[in-house]
Design a protein around this ligand. Structure first.
Ligand code: THU
Length: 143
C-alpha cells in the first residue's frame, strides 16, 4: 500500500533518479540509482555490474559505501530508483547491509513511472541481525 511521501522524501528520491542513468548494468540492463541521507549530506550510488556476475555491487551499497567513506555511520534515509514499473525495493543483501547503519531508516522507492512508496527499513527487514547479537556474552570462554 503506497504511503504518502514528504517533500524531504521526494528530494532524496530526486537524487537517486538523477544518478540512475549512470548505472553500469551491461549484463542485466536493469539500472538502479540510490541516495543515502546521512549527517545532513547526500551520497549517491549506482549498481556496478561485472563480467564475474557475483562481483556486482548494488546501488544502495554503493551509496552506503560513499557515506561511510565520508565518515557517516548513522543514516536517516535511503532512496532507490530502478528500471522496474513498480517502485524498486532494496534486495535482501542491501536490506541487511543498510540495517547496520540504522534499522529504522526511511526507505523511499521509485521506478519507471510516477508511482512511489516509502517504508521503514525494519518493515522490509524485521528482526535484522545487528551488532547487539555479537555483544551478547554467554560467559563461557570456550564458546
Ligand atoms: N540491484 C540493485 O542495484 N539494487 C537492488 O536492491 C536490487 C538489484 C541491481 C543489481 C544488478 O546489477 C541489477 O540490479 C539486477 O539484479
Amino acid at each position: 500500500m503506497p504511503k504518502k511521501l514528504t517533500e524531504a522524501d521526494m528530494a532524496l528520491l530526486a537524487f537517486a533518479r538523477e544518478v540512475h542513468p549512470r548505472a553500469y548494468a551491461p549484463y542485466s540492463g536493469f539500472r538502479v540509482g540510490a541516495a543515502v541521507f546521512a549527517g545532513g549530506e547526500i551520497f549517491q550510488g549506482v549498481n556496478v555490474e561485472n563480467a564475474a556476475y557475483g562481483s556486482t555491487i548494488c546501488a544502495e551499497r554503493a551509496a552506503a559505501l560513499a557515506a561511510v567513506t565520508a565518515g557517516h555511520t548513522e543514516f536517516d534515509a535511503v532512496a532507490v530508483v530502478g528500471d522496474s514499473e513498480a517502485p524498486c525495493v532494496p534486495c535482501g543483501a542491501c536490506r541487511q547491509f543498510l540495517a547496520e547503519f540504522n534499522p529504522a531508516m526511511r526507505v523511499i522507492m521509485g521506478g519507471r513511472t510516477d508511482a512511489v512508496d516509502a517504508l521503514r527499513l525494519d518493515e522490509l527487514l524485521p528482526e535484522a541481525f545487528v551488532r547487539g547479537y555479537l555483544d551478547q556474552d554467554d560467559g563461557d570462554d570456550d564458546a
